[in-house]
Design a protein around this ligand. Structure first.
Ligand SMILES: Cc1cc2nc3c(=O)[nH]c(=O)nc-3n(C[C@H](O)[C@H](O)[C@H](O)COP(=O)(O)OP(=O)(O)OC[C@H]3O[C@@H](n4cnc5c(N)ncnc54)[C@H](O)[C@@H]3O)c2cc1C
Length: 479
């Protein structure tokens, strides 16, 4: 049994059902249809009944489930390279874990301004700074805690000691006790992405790059960006989710990964970034001062508000206040539009609704909130996972491909990092086995998905206000 499975999730080392057992051990590999090395088990072509349209969403989904499974039969090379598609927290953690085990990887990411994905910081005119996705994080798991402590020692991450709590309409604020440290990256959350990659010749980053096609070829995976070849790799890591991943996987020859990915449901959340000349009139008292971050209760257009200026520059005075406001997931769902192309009317409505929510939350009279001198509205159309298989990672040894990401165990930076680390270790173990006992390395291919509990902006393990989680991460500490 591979060591990482022993450490992280022993039950996955064997198939979880008779159905998966027969697929893993018995399905005959008959033909090599794709050049060599990787082969696809044959299936009769699907028949289209007369009069049916050529394309429908349902038939596309069905087709992607019926893809022929790629089966790599070539030996694992001595010095393999892994393609990691996605340079968010999970992809970067995966690349680092692979490098720690001496395995090369190439990380592809779409980010124009930097790596990080939902670790996102926007700087406007060099002065206004907004974290516009992840706001802060906690560290519940021992392995993640060790990592975070290293970042703190290097001065890249620090505790956010400002007051954070719950805000009810009318300005009733209840601070959350300090029992669990809350962390932020000192220059904004995107910085975490740079922090996470070790300086290593074993990791190459290609950015901005949008991988649009995967193709098994000669015992390797060929990647393409539109039609441009982006190299050949011995294994694949899908470190992103949502529509992009579904599209990429739909013709990949990885039906089991496709099926799991398609089960994932994601919330939508609106973000409003707003800069104000003067401080907002937030509740404060002598023991906790003015709050810097608040989970907002019972206001449809608002679930979170945070003062980036106080959070990132606590010692500086006279700076404009840069606030990040997030809607609730239910408001996001009801007001969803294509995130790349937000109609002006929608942007205007969302801004009005959210600023109205701020007034309500702070107990201000309608129309009395000072006008921000800068605003930006953004939709996170695939914001946070709403369900999870509760496994550290997914790996299909036949196709030499895996998935990591926050959604494998929850909805937080911690979940993303732990998932990436697990998959990196797992792939390294698989390579170390020379691919000789592939069936032992199948992970998460059949697990059903359960609801994720937490806040509309994710989970914060250890915070007092955290609701109990439904899907417990099944990660055991390393020894
Ligand atoms: C509004 C909001 C608030 C949040 N607040 C918090 C918080 O306060 N605390 C917390 O812990 N968590 C928070 N989260 C969650 C946290 O940000 C995520 O859990 C974590 O960052 C996810 O990392 P990931 O690697 O799984 O995915 P991502 O960060 O989404 O990374 C995926 C990457 O893959 C790239 N990609 C996609 N398709 C391709 C392709 N075809 N080719 C190449 N690259 C591709 C994407 O551009 C992206 O960079 C928040 C999330 C949102 C949206």
């Amino acid at each position: 049994m591979p060591p990482s499975l022993l450490l992280h999730r022993a039950p996955c080392a064997r198939p979880t059902s008779a159905r998966s057992a027969s697929r893993l051990y018995c399905s005959p590999v008959v033909a090599a249809t794709n050049g060599a090395g990787g082969s696809r088990s044959p299936k009769p072509p699907p028949r289209r009944p007369p009069g049916k349209p050529r394309f429908s969403r349902q038939s596309a989904i069905r087709k992607s489930f019926q893809q022929e499974q790629v089966v790599f039969s070539t030996p694992v090379p001595a010095d393999p390279t892994v393609a990691v598609i996605g340079g968010g927290a999970s992809g970067l953690a995966c690349a680092s874990a692979l490098a720690a085990r001496g395995v090369r990887s190439v990380v592809f990411d779409t980010g124009k301004h930097g790596l990080g994905g939902r670790l996102a910081t926007r700087t406007v005119d060099g002065e206004l700074v907004f974290d516009h996705a992840a706001q802060f994080f906690t560290a519940g798991d021992e392995r993640f805690r060790r990592l975070v402590e290293g970042w703190v020692e290097r001065g890249l991450v620090r505790e956010w000691r400002g007051s954070v709590g719950e805000l009810e309409a009318g300005g009733r604020f209840t601070p959350t006790p300090f029992s669990t440290p809350r962390y932020i990256a000192v220059n904004g959350m995107r910085q975490l992405a740079d922090v996470m990659l070790p300086e290593s010749d074993l990791i190459k980053v290609v950015r901005p790059s949008w991988i649009s096609k995967l193709e098994p070829f000669n015992g390797t995976w060929r990647l393409f960006e539109n039609e441009k070849p982006q190299g050949q790799y011995d294994a694949l890591v899908i470190a992103h989710n949502g529509k992009c991943a579904n599209r990429l996987l739909s013709t990949s020859g990885l039906p089991q990964l496709t099926k799991q990915m398609k089960r994932l449901e994601l919330s939508s959340v609106w973000a409003l970034l707003a800069a104000f000349e003067d401080p907002l009139p937030v509740p404060q008292n002598s023991s906790y001062g003015a709050f810097e971050g608040a989970f907002v209760r019972d206001i449809d257009s608002l679930s979170w508000m945070a003062n980036n200026t106080r959070k990132l520059f606590p010692l500086e005075t006279g700076r404009p206040e840069c606030w990040t406001f997030f809607s609730t997931a239910s408001y996001g769902r009801r007001n969803k539009v294509p995130q790349e192309n937000i109609p002006n009317a929608t942007a205007g409505k969302v801004k009005r609704d959210m600023l109205g929510g701020v007034e309500l939350a702070l107990g201000l009279s309608k129309g009395s909130l000072q006008l921000p001198f800068y605003t930006r509205v953004q939709l996170w159309g695939a914001a946070l996972p709403m369900n999870t298989p509760g496994v550290p990672c997914i790996f299909d040894p036949q196709g030499r491909a895996g998935i990591c990401g926050d959604w494998l165990t929850g909805s937080s930076i911690e979940a993303a990092v732990l998932s990436g680390m697990s998959l990196g270790d797992h792939v390294a173990d698989y390579f170390a086995s020379h691919g000789e006992r592939p069936e032992e390395f199948a992970v998460g291919l059949d697990d059903s998905l359960n609801r994720v509990e937490g806040h509309d902006i994710g989970q914060f393990p250890g915070l007092e206000s955290q609701k109990p989680q439904v899907a417990e991460p099944q990660l055991a500490p390393t020894v």
